[in-house]
Design a binder for this molecule. Structure first.
Ligand code: UGA
Length: 420
């Protein structure tokens, strides 16, 4: 099958490589000349496990080609996936100008191919576009559920494929693209498909926020959040996934999508108080963490040296968008602390970063574990103890083995865990 993809961002690239792995002949259109050049040379501009190798394979087999012209790609494809950015504008509403621009361009060129919006778009967008381009081309929605860091694996082993809008014939045609996947396909209208995406991300954000609140209570009453979530997760109705407490959710999706669903509900005349609280409580989780750090260093952050392990919003990615680690670091810096950070993949210009975990710990009064990179577990804690000025390791991801940290003569403080 000939498939076109417009936009070689994170979603478009994974969609293109994933479909090529499934055997489709994929044409990927990208407007940015530098990005296009680097892709054509087989280089992936983002850090994503397995993507570069799979992309090289696909290029070699002739299943993936790169193009600069959207029309050329659409003319030679049976279906085109639009994977364009829809960043929130100042008022939090998604900016649809890229999407509008490409749809208008395809219509102008009298393209007849089925168009599928892959980007996350506000509820009602696909239906509106389908009406606008009625008689020109059909417009459907097929939301993505990829996690950064495991995106290709998520693409190849999805929990479901959702296809919304169009006629059953058009839906079946889009579904045939995913034929090689062993998963459930949910056919629905475009508006429900859009809402499935926002509902899934908002529910997961709610779940994390609930656990974070519980962790804060556990800290105060002397319970262990890890045992509490193990006990909760054993109930099949709850399940074990997405119950890890932490410094709050980050990344380019949860913060944006929760706020977008709030906007949708307001427009629909419903005050979604529950989700409103999730957004508020999530913000306050960062203050909870910085408050604890302030207390742990003796009440005053001014001049305090803080070592930080992790800058990315989660492990497995170099993405720092809405990263809780970064937000915490900025608050600490604003209060006069000197933060020195290390991350295996992520870099942020607003931080002073070093190239090893030991260097980040050097001279620190407190070492903060802010992102759950597994390799932090392999760091020699004896060496950390030697270079630190203070002795507190505050692990807001509950990543390290407390025994190992304590054995090195350091004090271990976890999130929602009993105090030593
Ligand atoms: C999320 C969704 O999981 C994907 O299904 C969706 O496709 C994607 O957004 C999107 O809309 O494009 P992602 O942002 O890559 O994926 O990250 P997640 O792995 O879901 O993590 C989100 C945040 O929740 C991170 O800050 C993570 O540290 C935090 N988290 C996650 C926890 O604090 N505890 C957990 O148990 C799980």
């Amino acid at each position: 099958m000939n498939v076109g993809i417009v936009g070689a961002g994170y979603v478009g690239l994974v969609q293109a490589v994933g479909l090529a792995v499934l055997g489709a002949r994929v044409r990927l259109a990208e407007k940015n000349p530098e990005k296009l050049a680097s892709l054509s040379e087989g280089r992936v501009p983002i850090f994503e496990a397995g993507l570069e190798d799979a992309m090289s394979d696909a290029i070699e087999k002739g299943n993936l080609t790169f193009h600069s012209d959207n029309i050329d790609v659409a003319q030679n494809s049976e279906v085109v996936f639009l994977c364009l950015p829809t960043p929130p504008s100042i008022d939090g509403v998604a900016d649809l100008s890229f999407l509008n621009g490409v749809l208008a361009e395809l219509a102008e060129a009298n393209i007849k191919t089925t168009i599928v919006i892959k980007s996350t778009v506000p509820v009602g967008t696909t239906e509106r576009m389908a009406r606008r381009y009625q008689g020109v081309f059909p417009v459907l929605h097929n939301p993505e559920f990829l996690r950064e860091g495991t995106a290709l694996d998520d693409f190849l082993h999805p929990d479901r494929v959702v296809i919304g809008g169009g006629t059953q014939e058009e839906r079946d045609m889009v579904a045939s693209v995913y034929e090689g996947l062993d998963t459930e396909t949910i056919f629905t209208d475009a508006t429900s498909a859009e809402l499935i995406k926002y509902a899934s991300n908002s529910y997961l954000a709610t779940r994390i926020t609930f656990v974070n609140a519980l962790a804060n209570i556990a800290e105060s009453v002397g319970a262990d959040i890890l045992d509490v979530t193990r006990g909760m997760g054993a109930d099949k109705r709850i399940g074990r996934h997405f119950l890890k407490p932490g410094p709050g959710y980050g990344g380019s999706c949860f913060p944006k999508d929760t706020v977008a669903l709030l906007a949708t509900s307001r427009q629909a005349g419903y005050e979604f108080a529950l989700l409103n609280s999730v957004v508020d409580v999530d913000r306050s989780q960062r203050h909870w963490v910085t408050g604890n750090i302030r207390r742990l260093v003796g009440g005053d952050l001014d001049g305090a040296k803080i070592g930080m392990w992790g800058v990315a919003f989660k492990s497995g990615t170099d993405d720092t968008r809405e990263s809780p680690a970064l937000k915490i670091a900025l608050v600490l810096q604003a209060e006069g602390a000197k933060v020195t950070a290390y991350d295996p993949e992520a870099n942020d210009p607003s931080l002073s970063q070093v190239d090893s975990p030991i260097e980040a710990a050097r001279g620190a009064r407190l070492l903060l574990v802010a992102t759950e990179w597994p390799e932090f577990n392999d760091v020699d804690m004896g060496a950390v103890a030697e270079v630190m000025e203070g002795d507190i390791v505050y692990d807001v991801r509950n990543l390290l083995n407390p025994e190992k940290v304590r054995a090195a003569g350091l004090r271990y403080v976890g999130l929602g865990r009993p105090k030593i």
